[in-house]
Design a protein around this ligand. Structure first.
Ligand code: SF4
Length: 363
């Protein structure tokens, strides 16, 4: 059933009237969106107590990870670092260890740096401008903290918001940098606030809509609270069209070497990709050490941002005495599988491929 409001919008979409009607409909749809959210939203631990600290940690974790996967990490992180002070005073290695498994470790390093900055200033930043001064905090995270924790009518634009905008306005080509999306999100949250819908509710409702109703495939338009103003719902798959990535292919050759029940790992040095994380050493790093010839035992595929990594895993018989530290510098050490140092998906997937996942310490 096409509502009268939608017919009006369709007729007027190419005229000056469009902007006016669209604006007139905003209040009604915003209220419906807010009501839908208050009734139907998913329970998340950071939603029950949206303090700036908790919103900040959750939003950084959610940047590259799904909600369901983030929840246990968030709870563990908050148990270990319940506030800015405990985070800022901890060694960065401990923060990385608590982050292990979430990937994209620069996020954890930036959290630590930002916590130190906040501790030094004596208070959590309270404006959009001040939030943007924190390491690792861009317009999205600043907008999320400002609106959810402080009720400031600041816009947020993530993949979900982009998709809703694209479908509402029949836009095929959109990226998160598009000024129009930010301008639309800003106007929407500003108007919602003016009409009595809290920025906390409105912004979360918009993202929740994209995550649960206006999904990339098969959006549930029948149950969408803002269907009346949606121009693109009949061909939602066109809005927005997927953006092609420029993939970079990388080949890696790694060594899986045990000393008793301990595995040899290598630490990525400062300035290197994966800095501060431990992984299986590259064959080139251990060439000529300890003798023995390698044998390929497995292949692992990894995708990290736009990198497609094909990793070949080799083993070889070690000649060194079991139990001794066969160390050639601080960046090569043996570790027990039960107490792995900070590491990324590369090590996790490699060990899993070799059937060693059951023994890997929980992240
Ligand atoms: S009507 Fe459909 S396509 Fe439009 S916003 Fe709602 S769920 Fe998305």
């Amino acid at each position: 059933v096409i509502s009268k409001a939608k017919i009006k919008v369709k007729r007027a979409q190419n005229s000056r009237e469009f902007a006016l009607i669209s604006a007139m409909l905003q209040e009604m749809e915003q209220k419906k969106l807010a009501q839908w959210f208050e009734k139907d939203h998913r329970t998340m631990p950071w939603r029950s107590d949206p303090s700036p600290y908790r919103v900040w940690i959750s939003e950084i974790m959610l940047q590259q990870t799904q909600v369901a996967a983030v929840i246990p990490y968030f709870q563990r992180f908050l148990e270990r670092f319940p506030n800015v002070e405990s985070l800022s005073s901890a060694p960065v290695e401990e923060v990385l260890k608590c982050w292990a498994g979430l990937g994209y470790y620069s996020r954890a390093r930036n959290l630590h740096k930002a916590a130190q900055q906040i501790s030094a200033s004596g208070r959590f930043p309270g404006t959009l401008e001040d939030l943007l001064q924190l390491p690792g905090v861009g317009p999205y995270t600043a907008g999320a903290i400002a609106s959810i924790a402080y009720e400031i009518p600041a816009p947020i634009v993530d993949g979900n918001v982009i998709r809703v905008f694209a479908r509402q306005h029949k836009q095929k080509k959109i990226t998160s940098t598009r000024k129009e999306v930010w301008a639309w999100a800003k106007e929407e949250v500003f108007n919602a606030n003016k009409e009595g819908t809290s920025p906390r509710v409105f912004n979360q409702a918009l993202m929740e809509l994209g995550a649960t109703v206006c999904t990339p495939r098969k959006p549930d338009c029948q149950n969408c609270p803002v269907a009346a103003t949606c121009l693109g719902q009949d061909q939602s798959e066109l809005y927005p069209l997927p953006v092609k990535k420029d993939w970079v292919e990388i080949q890696e050759e790694c060594l899986l070497l045990f000393s008793g029940d301990r595995v040899l790992l290598s630490l990525a040095k400062k300035g290197e990709w994966r800095e501060g994380l431990w992984d299986l050493p590259r064959l080139s790093e251990v060439a000529g050490l300890d003798g023995g010839s390698e044998k390929k035992v497995a292949s692992v595929r990894l995708t990290v941002t736009r990198h497609k990594i094909m990793r070949a895993i080799y083993t070889r018989k070690s000649n060194h005495e079991v139990g001794t530290d066969w160390v050639t510098g601080n960046n090569l050490k043996f570790f027990s599988l039960k107490e792995l140092p900070p590491h990324g998906a590369g090590l996790r997937k490699s060990l899993s491929k070799m059937g060693l996942n059951g023994e890997v310490a929980p992240a």
